[in-house]
Design a protein around this ligand. Structure first.
Ligand code: ASP
Length: 339
């Protein structure tokens, strides 16, 4: 006959011993999932979608894809096809996605497709590759049922481009990455907030799996063919399901130089909190580049496996949106190091 005591012991051994069970119990005290964190003000709208999916039991992967699809379709947002064009007047899009298994996909310099993030997911799920670029990426998208959208610029982008052509100077602005000045920047919203050309979103789902996404029209008026950090796995976004996930926004070249998102995840692996890891990555960039960062912005968001999440920026003005049981889709102003 199996006594109660014997039954508990046997179950514990079958589950992989008592220490494991005790650890899970201890971790539950700090666990905070599901959770969504994303960049900038547009993150609030993307988070709302991602949160709804997570609450309905969907995976982190579905949440990170469908969350940023909201932003990609926003008309007055600089992400997606309504974003600013390159210096030849053509909108080119970069995006990346990664799941808890290390599967990832990305596209760069993709034209005329509304949802580059979904093409990135298709690259991950339906091709043997990680990254497709330019015409090849578009060809792959069309072959997989995506629709070709007109080449036409959005009214805002057209206005911005005409203004930019007057001087034709590539001069990204901190937190705006656009022309004009902070008081009359063309992408200033009625509520006084600014739109940005990138959204990155990280999610931790009900079964504690992580995924990440990042999608952008890139720096406005960039050279034709320029690719930023966003579609580069490990630079613009990275997920390691044992440790955490991170993503970046801002001046892509500076993020690429330090393999930023991978660096943040590795710093979390070494025991840093998400906030401390983001800060240390910014410090690394400063150490590497010093004064060359004076007129640039870079920022990171990160979440660890337990659902601690935060962001940190090089310069003042970066905010991130956080949604969990503890944070009701709050827009949080990140701490910064310079300026
Ligand atoms: N990181 C993006 C890029 O360099 C731009 C941004 O985040 O605003 O393309």
């Amino acid at each position: 006959m199996t006594t109660r005591r014997k039954f508990i012991t046997q179950t514990a051994l079958a589950a992989g011993s008592f220490p494991f069970i005790l650890k899970v119990t201890a971790d539950q005290k700090i666990n905070n999932f599901p959770l969504v964190i994303s960049t900038w003000d547009a993150g609030l709208r993307a988070n709302a979608k991602a949160w709804e999916l997570l609450k309905n039991g969907k995976s982190a992967l579905d949440a990170v894809e469908q969350g940023v699809m909201i932003t990609e379709s926003e008309i007055n947002c600089c992400v997606g096809l309504s974003g600013n064009p390159d210096r030849d007047g053509i909108v080119t899009l970069d995006a990346s996605i990664m799941n808890h298994l290390g599967d990832c996909g990305s596209v760069a310099a993709l034209e005329q497709i509304e949802h580059p993030i979904s093409v990135a997911r298709a690259v991950m799920e339906k091709s043997p590759h990680v990254m497709l670029v330019g015409q090849g990426a578009q060809q792959f998208a069309l072959a997989n049922g995506f629709e070709l959208k007109p080449k036409k610029l959005s009214p805002d982008a057209e206005k911005n481009y005409k203004e930019w052509l007057k001087k034709s100077q590539y001069k990204p602005m901190i937190n705006i990455e656009n022309i004009g000045n902070k008081t009359n920047a063309p992408n200033k919203l009625e509520n006084g907030q600014f739109n940005h050309d990138t959204i990155a979103l990280l999610a931790l789902d009900n079964i504690q799996n992580l995924s990440g996404s990042c999608t952008t029209s890139g720096m406005g008026f960039k050279y034709r063919g320029r690719v930023g950090d966003s579609p580069i796995i490990g630079a613009g976004m990275y997920v390691d399901n044992e440790v955490g996930a991170a993503a970046a926004t801002g001046h892509g070249e500076e993020v690429i130089r330090i393999a930023g998102s991978h660096l943040v995840v590795e710093l979390m692996r070494l025991g840093k909190s998400p906030k401390a890891a983001c800060k240390a990555a910014i410090e690394r960039a400063i150490k590497l580049r010093g004064d060359k960062l004076k007129d640039k912005q870079i920022a990171f968001i990160a979440v660890n496996k337990q659902g601690e999440a935060a962001g940190y920026a090089l310069q003042k003005g970066f905010s991130y949106a956080l949604y969990s049981e503890k944070h009701n889709n709050e827009l949080i102003a990140a701490d910064w190091l310079m300026g």
